[in-house]
Ligand binder design. Sequence first.
Ligand code: FEO
Length: 167
Amino acid sequence: MITENIQKLLNEQFIRELFSANLYLSICSYFEDQELDGFANFFRLQAQEEMQHAMKQFDYIHQVDGKVNMTAVDAPQTEFSSILEAFELSLAHEQLVTKSIHQIVKTAIEEGDFATHAFLQWFVTEQVEEEALIKNILRKLKMVGDNSSALYLLNDELSRRKPAPAE
Ligand code: FEO
């Protein structure tokens, strides 16, 4: 059983993961419109991973006899001024998600909720990987600059990204 407080935080995180999926689908759509299939593939897979994160939260809340509260999910941004802006927005969003995960971990420790603490360790590691992945592409994008041949190669690289095996 989890406390009301932890239940509330986990539900907020569940909704945040759904928002992440919608945000990445919105960015995917932006790239689809520009025929940048590699970038679109990258964000399509990001969106799928976020749905998996949401379902991990959903399942855990049920496992510990909590209640899932389905609430409205905010609409994501739909217009982007550049490829760079889309990735910078993604990084800022992931940093926000990392902060919120850390806040729930902190609360779980304060409440002596060792099960939730253990459950969240997967997310702590995942956030390190997600931030590193986006930072890596941001560095490449900055190297690419206005060079369309380099952009073509980066798009090609991202088109080869495969779905991560479900954990
Ligand atoms: Fe589920 Fe990218 O945070």
